[in-house]
Design a protein around this ligand. Structure first.
Ligand code: ADP
Ligand code: MG
Ligand code: ZN
Length: 497
């Protein structure tokens, strides 16, 4: 019997609002000292009243529209009851039967790992609040837990997918696309390591071709995209082996153990919480005005997928370059500002864009990543788009060599100077007129009698050494073709002399 995996993902993202979900405390819980972003509401004092954060609702509507959802006209909040020390109220304010957004989908673009592309249904997107952070110190009798309430009440938006995902690779593509969308919309940092993007995976298997939904397990505790992929692969494998051995799968929650590469049982169905949802009596229902929905729809920027396609067709970029450039909105914006700072069109814009893409994805990315870390964006680089455009032109018109262009960019990256100024100061403009090259070549020939002898006795490769010396003397500014031709001519006159 052949089996196929059935996967549905639940993703929580923290929203980038200034204040928390139901109180006025600042939501910057990560940089603030422990328990400095707290008030009676998020500390769960009795008798306090929550107030809905408008921004968080707008962000959720925006996410819903970006994921092709319908937006509820009437929505409300509910209490989800459970007991755990990170939840001081004894319930979490969430949304049960009337989420803000529902019935959408995400199209995964065709790729090597997702051939032909794939559509994943979005069941719902709703709003809730994050819980306090517990740090466990030691175990047993001497053990204790520290509690930081800063995170309690930070807006959390949950996106639930339909069980439409059929492989770990599709799950990965879905997560990356969702991450990119949240970042393009500017509504979340969507960073798994920081905990602003968390993903639980529901996994089951069924006979290939069947459309039934069988018993599933929910896997938690993955804090990198790679971990989600490995956990799903592990579960598919484990469940398939169980099915082949005739064992019955139990519905349960399992945790991913990254060190050992396995999932471990955490809670069975019998131990599962009964959340006893009921409407939050302290908050009024929300009626979402259609005019607001349209206003938000109009503010949605072009997302990574369509931007990538446009970069390929409009600027003739390779899909590789287009993918790199659109991975982050800031990089894509930067690239486009570079290109649009010149009024090229047709073939010229394509040639210019291709060269600009090379410099942004290559040398600029290298400089940027090594000084700012991999996960930062280009938005705040000292090299202004128009300045990079000038550098690209200097290189494109062969006014400076590749090596010189790299030196110039390294300087611009630190100082923010104009490329022409750096080129002039460092005398990097390519020298290809014989008048300026001749004295340099003569000096090199004078200073390297051994290489000259080698050449004259038939070792033609010696010319490469001499060329290297000329390049060194001109700090890379000499035009290599012109210079090597001139060296050869010069050596012939030496031979005749
Ligand atoms: P819960 O509220 O208990 O987490 P839901 O019914 O809301 O359960 O489903 C949560 C997630 O599980 C959704 O992403 C859904 O697509 C997925 N899911 C539901 N049934 C299955 C199944 N049989 N196999 C895999 N995933 C499933
Ligand atoms: Mg769940
Ligand atoms: Zn508060």
């Amino acid at each position: 019997m052949e089996y196929e995996p059935v996967i549905g993902l639940e993703v929580h993202v923290q929203l980038r609002t200034r204040s928390k979900m139901f109180c006025g405390c600042a939501a910057d819980y990560q940089t603030a000292g422990p328990n400095t972003r707290v008030c009676p509401v998020c500390m769960a004092m009795p008798g306090v009243l929550p107030v809905i954060n408008r921004r968080a609702v707008e962000f959720t509507i925006m996410a819903g529209l970006a994921l092709n959802c319908s937006i509820s006209e009437t929505t409300k909040f509910d209490r989800k009851n459970y007991g755990y020390p990170d939840l001081m109220k004894g319930y979490q304010i969430s949304q049960f039967d009337l989420p803000i957004a529902y019935d959408g989908y995400m199209d995964l673009a065709p790729s090597e790992t997702v051939p032909g592309g794939h559509r994943v249904g979005i069941t719902r997107i709703h709003l809730e609040e994050d819980v306090a952070r517990l740090t466990h110190v030691g175990t047993g009798r001497g053990g204790y837990s520290l509690m930081d309430i800063n995170r309690a009440g930070v807006p959390l938006m949950e996106t639930v997918s339909e069980p439409d995902i059929r492989s770990a690779e599709q799950a990965e593509a879905y997560i990356l696309e969702l991450q990119s969308t949240m970042r393009y919309l500017g509504i979340s940092t969507a960073n798994m390591e920081e905990g602003s993007f968390r993903c639980d995976a529901n996994v089951s298997i069924r006979p290939k071709g069947s459309d039934e939904l069988r018993t599933r397990v929910e896997v938690k505790n993955m804090n990198r995209v790679r971990a989600v992929v490995r956990a799903i692969e592990y579960e598919i494998d484990r469940q398939t082996r169980m099915a082949e051995a005739g064992e019955r799968l139990e519905q349960e929650t399992r945790g991913w153990d990254d060190d050992n590469g396995v999932t471990l049982s955490q809670r069975s169905k019998e131990e599962a919480n009964d959340y006893r949802y009921f409407p939050e009596p302290d908050l009024p229902p929300l009626y979402i005005d259609r005019a607001l929905v349209e206003e938000i729809r109009a503010s949605i920027p072009e997302l990574a997928g369509s931007r990538r396609v446009r970069f390929e067709t409009e600027y003739g970029l390779s899909s590789y370059d287009a993918k790199l450039l659109t991975a982050r909105r800031e990089t894509a914006d930067y690239f486009e500002s570079v290109v649009l700072s010149r009024d090229h069109s047709g073939d010229a814009i394509r040639a210019f864009a291709k060269e600009a893409a090379n410099w942004i994805n290559g040398e600029l990315a290298r400089l940027h990543n090594s000084s700012n870390g991999l996960d930062s964006d280009l938005a705040d680089t000292r090299v202004k788009p128009a300045q990079l455009a000038t550098l690209v032109e200097l290189f494109q018109t062969r006014a400076i060599s590749n090596n010189a262009a790299k030196q110039v960019l390294a300087d611009m990256f630190v100082t923010g100077r104009d490329p022409e100024d750096v080129v002039d100061e460092k005398k990097l403009r390519k020298v290809d007129d014989s008048e300026s090259l001749l004295p340099v070549i003569d000096a090199v020939i004078d200073e390297n009698p051994k290489a000259v002898d080698d050449y004259l006795s038939g070792k033609e490769t010696a010319i490469r050494f001499l060329l290297g010396q000329v390049m060194k003397a001109t700090r890379g500014a000499a035009d290599a073709n012109t210079a090597s031709q001139m060296i050869a001519e010069r050596l012939e006159t030496v031979r005749k002399a």
